[in-house]
Design a protein around this ligand. Structure first.
Ligand code: ATP
Ligand code: FE2
Length: 321
């Protein structure tokens, strides 16, 4: 089966076709003129670029057997634009719709890309920071941010210091030359909170290299702690790191050290499958279609608060080995 997938929950409009493997993938990111993402401007971008992005990947429309789209979570206006396009395409091609949860799709493409089977996933991106793992038919959330996603926090800090967007890579570069200073570390139970840490970093008068270094050390140690406890609680031995912040070398190093100490293995997909991409929606759409999980048009409304653990995992999972 070949499935067309459309992703557009935030800044990246991306589409792909997945068959026996990835057939085509094309992305057209929205670049804000200044500051962060403006949801309505991003949605406007998606609407204007939709035709081209779809045309680039859809070389053989009659071979498509379903249209998958990211139904949520994400920015409302962006999700509605994508859902509208998906409905129109499914109607035109006379094929079923598949509504894909964005967070679940990150895990499924990560499993496909790395070969891990049953991981604890640390998904940390602009808007999201979540730790989840498969238990009894669902991806259960072990812990998550109580306020902002780590990526958005890093970007906010960077903006306040006059660094260009996105802030993550700049902070990583500056952090290499820094020394450790104390910043607030907030893990509450299994959940994380970043806004106090970000404000303290913004207000710090220490050299920028020291603040960047310590911001990374603190935020990543918080993520590693929750991931480690989830591994122990669930009794698993694989960790999958996904989301835009996965690009960070120091985060990978800290996770790898923790995994080695526990006899677990760390998996990180190649960059094109770490950030938001159409392939993750097309692939998850395909395994959902094969399990019969299609969506009637009446149920295809965008859901900006779609939770990872609302999805019943009806496709094959974890019994592969
Ligand atoms: P979401 O996936 O939640 O919808 P998004 O589209 O903003 O959000 P991604 O594209 O996955 O998310 O990630 C973008 C984020 O990743 C930005 O906040 C950026 O600063 C961060 N990022 C990118 N590279 C690095 C890096 N090397 N170190 C830390 N953060 C990074
Ligand atoms: Fe994402």
């Amino acid at each position: 089966d070949k499935v067309l997938g459309i992703e557009g929950t935030a800044w990246n409009l991306s589409a792909a076709v997945f068959g026996d493997g990835l057939i085509s993938l094309y992305s057209k990111p929205y670049q804000p003129a200044s500051g962060g993402i403006h949801p309505r401007e991003a949605a406007q971008h998606h609407a204007s670029e939709m035709r081209e992005v779809i045309a680039r990947v859809l070389t053989a429309p009659d071979e498509i057997e379903a249209v998958a789209f990211s139904q949520g979570p994400g920015l409302g206006p962006c999700l509605r634009t994508v859902a509208t396009a998906a409905r129109a395409l499914a109607l035109a091609l006379d094929v079923p719709l598949v509504g894909v949860n964005h967070c679940v799709a990150h895990v499924e493409i990560g499993r496909w890309a790395t070969g891990c089977v049953d991981p604890i996933t640390l998904y940390t991106s602009g808007a999201n920071t979540q730790v989840f793992g498969y238990l009894n038919g669902r991806y259960r959330i072990f812990g998550e941010t109580l306020d902002i996603g780590l990526g958005n926090g890093l970007d906010k800090f960077a903006r306040s210091k006059g660094l260009p967007h996105p802030g993550g890579p700049k902070i990583e570069a500056l952090a290499r030359g820094g020394n450790y200073i104390d910043l607030p570390y907030t893990v509450k139970g299994m959940d994380l909170a970043f806004s106090g840490l970000i404000s303290a970093a913004q207000e710090s008068t220490a050299p920028i290299e020291d603040v960047c270094h310590s911001l990374q050390e603190t935020a990543f140690a918080m993520c590693v702690e929750v991931t480690e406890r989830a591994l122990a609680q669930a009794g698993k031995d694989e960790v999958l790191l996904v989301g835009g912040v996965a690009a960070n070398t120091r985060l990978r190093e800290m996770l790898r050290t923790m995994c080695e100490e526990r006899g677990a293995r760390l998996f990180v997909p190649e960059p094109q499958f770490c950030g938001d991409n159409g392939a993750m929606i097309a692939y998850t759409g395909k395994i959902m279609l094969e399990a019969g999980a299609t969506l009637p048009v009446e149920a295809s409304r965008a859901n900006s608060h779609y939770r990872t653990d609302e999805v019943e995992v009806v496709w094959r999972h974890g019994d592969e080995r």
